[in-house]
Design a protein. Structure first.
Length: 276
């Protein structure tokens, strides 16, 4: 233990297996053998910061129950958070063209960005809702993620201007503020949208009932990290959270084929819950 990391800092097979099991239990995330170096790299710095001598000691520390905050930190370090505005733009076109025109006047419309990361997806949804439904319409967006740090970033709604290239020019002008002075090089989502978007930490492997019911759920590029059993459980949970006739969007590298038959496929990566 004196050198801090055996084998030149590499995580052992036994230690990696423990973190595989931990992530499966805690977040429903499957870490394949190809992620071994990722686990080693992301946790090594944390071990040094905490002056913990080995991956095994760190594992025992976080599963012992005496430091739940550190357990959450480990989970956050081992989850991937890659997103940008209007990622997979075809989904937003379907939202604008096919879904929103059919919304009944005055009916409360709720959308859920179920793995919102730093918030770009949730704010992209909000831009479309504000454009198509307007400020007087009762709509709202809920963004959730297992990672508390990215939720904090999402709530700030402030991003480098280099990340704005996916935002349609009209939306950029109407819904984003350009920073000046100390904030030069940044943009912030306008207050009218920020007021309609709420973020909270939520584990898809837990109880989702408190989130309420939704008309549209975006859960994209997440289920690729789940094993089949977890995919089925999450799909069933999302189905329960959708209102009758509600829509589910998943990532273009994902499919519900062979996972469940409770959703009606509309087109690849787009599904609906049957209306009553």
């Amino acid at each position: 233990m004196a050198d801090g990391f055996g084998n030149g800092g590499a995580i052992s097979e036994e230690e990696f297996a423990k973190f595989q099991s931990l992530m499966q239990r805690a977040a429903g995330i499957h870490l394949p053998p190809s992620k071994k170096s990722l686990v080693s790299g992301r946790l090594s710095k944390r071990l040094r910061e905490r002056a913990i001598g080995s991956f095994g000691d760190y594992y025992r520390h976080i599963v012992g129950g005496g430091d739940p905050a550190e357990l959450q930190t480990a989970i956050e370090l081992l989850t991937t958070n890659e997103t940008y505005f209007f990622r997979e733009p075809g989904h937003f076109e379907i939202l604008a063209r096919d879904i929103l025109p059919a919304v009944r006047p005055g009916a409360r419309f709720r959308a859920w960005s179920a793995a919102s990361s730093t918030g770009e997806e949730a704010y992209s949804i909000a831009m479309v809702l504000m454009d198509k439904l307007g400020e007087e319409f009762p709509w709202e967006v809920f963004g959730s993620d297992i990672n508390g740090k990215v939720i904090e970033t999402a709530r700030r709604a402030t991003y480098p201007t280099a990340r704005n290239e996916g935002i349609p020019p009209d939306y950029l002008k109407r819904f984003c503020l350009r920073g000046t002075g100390a904030m030069s090089g940044k943009l912030r989502v306008a207050a009218a949208l920020r007021e309609r978007v709420r973020f909270d930490r939520l584990n898809l492997n837990g109880d989702l009932k408190g989130a309420g019911e939704f008309d549209v759920i975006f859960l994209r590029n997440v289920m690729i990290y789940f094993d089949l059993d977890m995919k089925r459980r999450v799909a069933a949970a999302l189905h329960r959270q959708l209102r009758p006739g509600g829509w589910l969007f998943i990532g273009h590298s994902e499919s519900l084929n062979g996972v469940c038959e409770i959703f009606r496929p509309v087109r690849p990566t787009v599904y609906r819950k049957e209306a009553r």
